[in-house]
Design a protein around this ligand. Sequence first.
Ligand code: ADP
Ligand code: MG
Length: 367
Amino acid sequence: KLIKEETERRVLFNKYQELKGNIRVMCRVRPSLGAPEDDRAGMSFPDEKTSAEIVLAGPEERSSLGVVSRKNYPFEFDRVFMPASQNEEIFGEISQLVQSALDGYNVCIFCYGQTGSGKTHTMSSDDGMIPRATHMIYDTITKLKEKSWEYTMEGCFVEVYNEELNDLLVPNERNSKKLEVRHDEARKQTTITNCKSVRLSSPDVVETMLSEAQKNRSVAATKANERSSRSHSIFILKLVGKNLATGEQCEGTLNLVDLAGSERLKHSQAEGDRMKETQNINKSLSCLGDVIEALGRASGHIPYRNSKLTHLLQYSLGGNSKTLMFVMVSPLEAHLKETLTSLRFATKVHNTHIGTAKSTKKIKGGD
Ligand code: ADP
Ligand code: MG
């Protein structure tokens, strides 16, 4: 029965992919982590079968007659994960996209949400999407060898902080050379100059990479956690495959992005360095929204260059790519306003339809 349900869900998922073009939005609600009952926001998940809806009870409002009520705010996404869901279940939903990167697509999966909503837990914890994706790719590559496919998998890990790129795999004091984004228009691929790239020849290399990045991050800032909520981190996997029998080749990229906290930062409360940081976060997140909107309008000019993040992800947003956004929310009443803001942003993205992605896989000597 489980297998049947799983198959049905997969069919539905594939249908979504056809219907909705190549940008999808899923919502994940963090568990309340021991918070008392009355600290929890009014949230419900009306349709358990399709798991695509979330209804939020808005802030209390007092009418002119003094009656207190709460308005319901319903939202619908491609999928909604309830608080009890585990990273394993989340990965089940994205494994097809990971496979797409092996098939020659550029794939971008990002986590959007306020600080503390579970972005890092989902992406880069020990059982998060980064290690899971790497393990899956490694297993698939091993199997594909029998079909004459020879793959290489290389990873790099960078952060965008204050509109500058930093290499998270190099200790900060040796991070002196400037990292620059370079695009290869013909191949629709991006490289970063002076960036350390690690050949992932076995799955445990990724664990070393993650702890290395964690270490370098904490060296860079006295309050590592605070810093990480103010920068975007991007794990980039490059997959290059060649079929030794047929000469087929493909080149795909998987970007796993943990965005800076989306909480509205007020300029008035920040001064000096903090002010600059704040402006840069606001700018890059709104620029991401602008890029997605422009892609949806099929506008001739897509403003990728307006921020470092979108410039870096140029070939993984729109065009030859598949995008998935996780909107992460907290279940607490205290975070209700931010939760509403996040879900509204995500709805805008969800309503955007961007053409259909194409794989780079091609026969040698073909077009
Ligand atoms: P963010 O990166 O969005 O700021 P974190 O991923 O660091 O948030 O999550 C904040 C805290 O909540 C962390 O201590 C994390 O371990 C915990 N947490 C987040 N999501 C979950 C979850 N789904 N299950 C258990 N703990 C979680
Ligand atoms: Mg984080």
